[in-house]
Design a protein around this ligand. Structure first.
Ligand SMILES: O=C(O)CCC(=O)C(=O)O
Ligand SMILES: [Fe+2]
Length: 289
């Protein structure tokens, strides 16, 4: 779905886009310095944090495409879950920024957009709660330190034969509750699978964000909220950037079907697991394949 009247001013998204382009214009060595996974391994932390360049958070069923490059970061507070070291490493982890002299103002500009998008995301939870016949405050104590991972993505133009095996980001669902996705204006890349199992274009609409529902919500709502299956193929002939923000819930929250989402006709579909363990299992599956 597309969201408008979200309160994030255009200069914030435009500024983030310009910085994203500058980042991907950096020489490869500089971009490699900003790899969070390497930093984490050096710190002897979890090696589960996905690689930054290239982004392949999901196994690509076709595997033949130009995968997008990505720069990933989360909240600046390290280990927000405090006593839960493992949770901290999986859900947060230290951000690794490129050197300020290589790209002046990058961190500031990107974080400005990040925090605006995070507060927008927080404001959506009460709306989702009401849609599920739950008290408006239902998610408040479950989203205190929730993962809010942002990625800056860069899709080179895809060249060569245009067929199903040449795909940027293959068909997938996002793992968290929902994703706030900003797309570079004027370039059609994103597609979503509709209820008739047909791929439809989800073009960037000026002034809007795409909201994709993710798997944590699907499990929690027993599929009343269905995860959006989507993919990204850049056949525009020019490069294209996008900025997803993946919004999850706190690590220890049990994704137990909400009472309003189960009935004799709709028995629970999923095994109960905590939000954090769920994301961790998806990471493991994606990186140990
Ligand atoms: O770039 C896009 O439009 C989609 C990105 C996406 O789906 C993802 O990173 O999970
Ligand atoms: Fe996605």
């Amino acid at each position: 779905m597309a969201m408008k009247n979200h309160g994030i001013p255009e200069p914030a998204t435009e500024g983030a886009l310009q910085m994203t382009k500058k980042f991907f214009d950096l020489p490869i060595e500089k971009k490699m310095e900003a790899r969070r996974d390497l930093q984490l391994r050096d710190l002897n932390k979890s090696s589960l944090i996905p690689d930054i360049i290239p982004t392949d958070r999901i196994p690509n069923p076709y595997g033949a495409g130009d995968m997008p490059e990505g720069f990933e970061f989360g909240r600046e507070e390290h280990n927000p879950t405090g006593d839960n070291e493992e949770a901290g490493a999986v859900m947060a982890g230290a951000n690794v920024w490129p050197a300020e002299e290589d790209i002046p103002g990058f961190r500031e500009q990107i974080l400005q957009y990040y925090y605006a998008a995070v507060s927008l995301g927080k404001s959506l939870f009460p709306i989702f709660a009401l849609a599920l016949d739950l008290p408006e405050t239902f998610f408040d104590d479950k989203t205190q330190h929730s993962a809010a991972l942002m990625k800056l993505l860069h899709y080179p133009p895809q060249t060569g034969p245009v067929d199903e095996r040449v795909i940027g980001l293959g068909a997938h669902t996002d793992w968290e509750c929902f994703t706030i996705l900003w797309q570079e204006p004027g370039i059609q890349v994103l597609q979503v699978l509709n209820s008739e199992k047909k791929w439809i274009d989800a073009p960037p609409i000026p002034g809007t964000f795409v909201i994709n529902l993710g798997d944590q919500f699907a499990r929690w709502t027993n599929d009343i909220f269905k995860s959006t299956v989507h993919r990204a193929i850049n056949r525009s002939g020019v490069r294209r950037c996008s900025i997803p923000l993946f919004f999850g819930t706190d690590y220890n929250v049990k994704l137990e079907p909400m009472p309003s989402c189960i009935s004799p006709e709709r028995p629970p579909k999923y095994e109960v697991i905590t939000a954090g363990e769920y994301v961790k299992s998806r990471l493991e599956a994606a990186y140990n394949h």
